[in-house]
Design a protein around this ligand. Sequence first.
Ligand SMILES: Cc1ncc(COP(=O)(O)O)c(C=O)c1O
Length: 393
Amino acid sequence: MSMTYPFSKRINHFVPPKQWASMRVAKELEKNSGKKVIHFEKGDYQGPDFETPDHILEATIKALKDGYVRYDPGPGLPELREAIAEEVTKRGRPTTADEVIVTAGAKQSLNMALLTFLEDGDEVIFPNPGYPPDEVWAKYARANIKHTPLTKPDWQFDVEKLEKMITPKTKLLIINTPQRPNGHLVENPEEIAELCLKHKQLMVISDEIFSHIVYDGKQHKSIAALPGMAERTIVIDTFSKTYAMTGWRIGWSVAPKPVIEKLSIFLQDTITNVAAFIQKAAYAAITGPQEWTVKKTQLLQKKRDRMITGLNSIPGIKADTPSGAFYAFPDITGTGLTSQEFTNRLIETVGVAVVAGTAFGDQGEGYVRVTYAVSDDDIDEGIRRIKQANLKA
Ligand SMILES: Cc1ncc(COP(=O)(O)O)c(C=O)c1O
């Protein structure tokens, strides 16, 4: 074959996602060796503790039987938009249904928002560590990416540093709380909001995908609920994490009506609409009994504690206790290994997959991301195996 494909230069930066490198290696190892790998690397739920609730499955089957199988061009089923608007209103940002768009997951919400606002030479500020897929689209739009380093050890925005980065060309600031990859809540949205309000052109994308996975009685705070922020914030959330619906691919954005109108055209000209029967499933999820989500969060809190205690029993590893999401982000500098060396060592020698912190930005050096949305047995077995690994540099 001699064809040289005339790819667009805009995709020169397309490479297999770094944060999925461990998953690829783990899969290969399992296939070739037949050995069970402990999967702490996935950004997903695993095992029977986290099946999508039955009432959601039943609503999906009913929707299919009721004929929700046709195109449904538009920003989403009216009843679902209404229910999402109610949920966001409860977060403190009064919202109407015409300020909601239903998307194929938060990832699509992020993609559409970035491509709708950014163009050549615009600046966008991402936290470091952060969520790398966002940057792919900022680069595609030829925007200049700036990183604001979150302060260690509790991974907070340093507002003074942030202020120095903002110029008249800065259009977007990305905030993610509870944060991935480290699980901490952003503690100072008020200060960040105050800063944003000083810059007329600056919009915020508030990625709130772990909004319902917050522990120890703490509260998720949306920056969009603060005075003056609703009109300049795009709130993004998903059914993936709240209702264990990661594979269903459904999420949403909330933004002022003129923004939703543009996003709606984007949606119609790309995927037309999220499958209507999936939207009915999401409707059942958001309007149905919420105890399942509450219980799941309580269960995750126990798993968090199990994982953190386990990690802290391993020489060279120091794990703090995050208040949300389902990741631990332990400091592994005590081993003398780099994040990547540590990651490679675990998968190659004891069959435990984690993600190198550097997959989320250079501030992640010295850390690895460990998912605890797995069975207790896997947590215990993973910790036992890590203890057996030779973690010397
Ligand atoms: C910070 C962050 N934003 C967005 C997403 C995408 O979520 P969704 O499954 O709704 O596309 C993820 C997925 O893990 C994430 O971690």
